[in-house]
Ligand binder design. Structure first.
Ligand code: FES
Ligand code: FE2
Length: 340
């Protein structure tokens, strides 16, 4: 990465690429009252209307900057507590009670964030300009096909740059070392050759000639939002179904803080097999998974803020996934900044 904090490309990367969907919090964080979250380099107010639908706006009143989230919900609008300006979820100041007919009234002066809820999380679309109809987030099938897959969302906040989390999940080789004592990752060669293959919307980075032994591959996708998929085999005691699939997403909160979303998924048909897995997961497997993920958290939180400075790193063959991901991200950020 460039460590130049005046570099607009670096700033765009730090705050999150635009024109994509990002998970911003678990669904149950937004209840009866509006909440304010720092995400994606800005403060966002989130609330639910009477029907339970979530809405989001930049948490800043267009009049004099009060937090709209401290105000009152009026359906799909928030009423500012300071002087009563009413801002609709599309960013338009619909009413200015202190000065009816003024220029602010009817103008779109607040940044809007289209929202959706899926699989236990709230997502916002980080548009570079106003959009009423953002493109669809085509999520991996593991998050959409309920007949075939079952899942648990695990949400964490880690004190590190969100890019460290992405780098970590496109680095299958760390499983053999960092997680070597773990239930399913003690097997496999400690050195391996890798190959990188393009997909329609990203790439797969995989060990050559070793599959279903350890953490052997990961896939990056950019399909309206960005995600990484990986699969780790379960031991025989893991019960029915496929290997342990993780769909990972990461959202910037602050320069060295991020939201981490791991959907822990298993391909397991509805019925007794799924019930067995869900029971086993809660009863035994979840604690082991937390143990593994703690190893990642501790390691990443302790990494220096400039750990990914290309002048200081010495990358080798296993890091091709990391290199490719960073190159793609930088290219996208550069295109956005230059196109702006
Ligand atoms: S600051 Fe919101 S109405 Fe004045
Ligand atoms: Fe890990």
């Amino acid at each position: 990465m460039s460590t130049d904090m005046n570099d607009p490309v670096e700033i765009r990367l730090r705050d999150g690429l635009r024109d994509r969907w990002y998970a911003v919090c678990p669904s149950n964080w937004v209840k009866a009252k509006p909440i304010s979250l720092k995400r994606l380099g800005t403060e966002i107010a989130l609330w639910r209307d009477g029907s339970g639908k979530v809405h989001a706006l930049e948490d800043r009143c267009p009049h004099r900057g009060a937090h709209l989230s401290q105000g009152q919900i009026l359906g799909d609008m928030l009423k500012c507590p300071y002087h009563g300006v009413e801002v609709r979820c599309d960013g338009v100041a619909v009413a200015v009670p202190g000065s009816p007919g003024c220029k602010l009234e009817g103008s779109r002066a607040t940044r809007n964030f289209p929202t959706m809820e899926h699989e236990g999380a709230i997502f916002v679309y980080n548009g570079s300009q106003y959009t009423a109809n953002p493109p669809e987030f085509k999520m991996p099938v593991e998050l959409t096909d309920d007949e075939t897959y079952s899942r648990f969302l695990c949400y964490m906040e880690w004190k590190c740059d969100y890019r460290y989390v992405l780098d970590n999940v496109v680095d299958p080789m760390h499983g053999t070392f960092l997680h070597k004592q773990s239930h399913a990752m003690y097997q496999g060669d400690i050195s391996a050759k890798f190959e990188l293959d393009d997909t329609d919307a990203g790439f797969v980075f995989a060990k050559k000639g070793q599959k279903d032994v350890n953490f052997d591959w990961s896939e990056f996708g950019d399909t309206g939002g960005q995600w990484v998929k990986l699969e780790i085999p379960y031991p025989k005691t893991g019960g029915p179904g496929s290997g342990f699939i993780i769909i990972a997403m990461a959202t910037p909160i602050a320069p060295n803080l991020c939201g981490v979303y791991f959907w822990r998924v298993r391909k397991v048909p509805r019925g007794w097999a799924r019930d067995t897995w869900r029971f086993l997961y809660r009863d035994r497997l979840e604690a082991r998974h937390w143990h593994v993920v703690e190893q990642d958290r501790v390691l990443l939180e302790e990494l220096a803020p400039n750990a990914n400075d290309p002048k200081l790193e010495h990358l080798y063959d296993h890091d091709q996934g990391v290199v490719r991901l960073r190159r793609e991200m930088r290219k996208m950020a550069k295109a956005q900044v230059e196109g702006a």
